[in-house]
Design a binder for this molecule. Sequence first.
Ligand SMILES: Nc1ncnc2c1ncn2[C@@H]1O[C@H](COP(=O)(O)OP(=O)(O)O)[C@@H](O)[C@H]1O
Ligand SMILES: Nc1ncnc2c1ncn2[C@@H]1O[C@H](COP(=O)(O)OP(=O)(O)O)[C@@H](O)[C@H]1O
Lengths: 239, 239
Amino acid sequence: WDQRRKVSQNLDKIKNKIAVYSGKGGVGKTTIAVNLAVLLAQQGHKVGLLDADIDCPNVIRMLHMHSGPTSGENGQLVPAERYGVKVMSMGFFQKDELEAIIWRGPMIHNAINQFLELTEWGELDYLVVDLPPGTSDAPLTIMQVLKLDGFIVITTPQDLSYIDAVRSINMIRKMNVNILGVVENMSGEIFGHGAGETISERMKIKFLGRLELNKAYGDMSAPVILRDESIRKDFEALL
Amino acid sequence: WDQRRKVSQNLDKIKNKIAVYSGKGGVGKTTIAVNLAVLLAQQGHKVGLLDADIDCPNVIRMLHMHSGPTSGENGQLVPAERYGVKVMSMGFFQKDELEAIIWRGPMIHNAINQFLELTEWGELDYLVVDLPPGTSDAPLTIMQVLKLDGFIVITTPQDLSYIDAVRSINMIRKMNVNILGVVENMSGEIFGHGAGETISERMKIKFLGRLELNKAYGDMSAPVILRDESIRKDFEALL
Ligand SMILES: Nc1ncnc2c1ncn2[C@@H]1O[C@H](COP(=O)(O)OP(=O)(O)O)[C@@H](O)[C@H]1O
Ligand SMILES: Nc1ncnc2c1ncn2[C@@H]1O[C@H](COP(=O)(O)OP(=O)(O)O)[C@@H](O)[C@H]1O
């Protein structure tokens, strides 16, 4: 309990803590978390981005970050900034990016707590949190330690993703969290349309909108909303 | 140790145990495991398919299986058959498919062991195992309990997938397993080409081939190799 108190004291200068979450990987969760954070910063808000996806900490690579946090007073970690967003990731602490960190239950607890206690975010309007996918130890631990204000659930259009998303929504509902809505990503010819709206109807959550499957996402030189005006408008429509 | 002995006695009538694995979800791992198993059965082999992806047990849905295992002598479970493949999945034991099972470390061990001890596969030429993705408790536990003969790693063509695949290959290499090769899935215009070959060169593993991004996969009425001749040829080329 003492740890929780310390963590919540450290985070009480943050107005909104928004989690981006999905029932399984590969649906575009990290891409959406990164571009939402950059968009909010572009709109003049004070924004932080926490990469809590400990199995695949891909935020640093998506943002081409070459420097990590610096140390502040009393051992605190001051996050590095990129595109006006303060970024913190487990990936900064991995010696070799190509080595997998094998997380076992209790280790997750300690790593997350330390990470949350020591990071000096300062005053923020939004902290966007990229959660690990699925229903294992990692996302649950983070949800319990961080009192998140709202969840955005990401799905792809296919039938199978619908099942994964519903399973994970049923899980997070048990933790009394506020689900802001569902985003359907990769809509179009190949994967179809529809899972987003079906989830919204059946689970009684808001349909925030859809993002088309588009080659432009593959260019990693900069966040896609800074390179493509029409995709930027799609992201603005989600907010 | 006693449990391991029991499990290995139960599985010693199986000639080849092949795992299909990926560094993260959403790359087509389950789709490839299901279609490979059906193809091997079509070629006249005796085949089993074990859905060990406990977070997202999607095999049953992909194969439209309405009936599960039956009970045999001394409490054994006799797997149901579909397209000539004997299928066993954690999903058969979930009361409600839309509820997430929250797996914590020690539970995984017990569930997997029971599953492997009790299933009566009979004589098989191949057992295809759909592993959970990533580097958490679940894939590790299964690898330790099942002595797998070979691993097929699945990646998508994007740069980010390359990192996830390399991380997971470095991990499974520590367990002294035999990696048969890497398959690049969803190649084409949108996601590009190349991660498969790059992984093959850098990690010195065989490049088994690539599967194109294709709308035909979205039709869940039957495994795609039974509906599309050219995709079936792509799968035959992998073997
Ligand atoms: N709408 C989209 N169209 C095309 N590619 C996309 C789209 N959204 C994401 N991607 C690509 O898909 C891959 C997986 O995205 P990622 O954000 O890593 O997924 P997750 O975090 O859910 O595992 C990335 O290479 C990304 O560039
Ligand atoms: N080559 C492909 N082209 C188009 N869709 C694909 C392809 N491979 C898989 N899919 C689709 O992608 C989705 C995810 O596949 P799945 O096998 O569940 O991935 P994983 O097991 O890696 O999470 C499924 O809806 C499947 O139909």
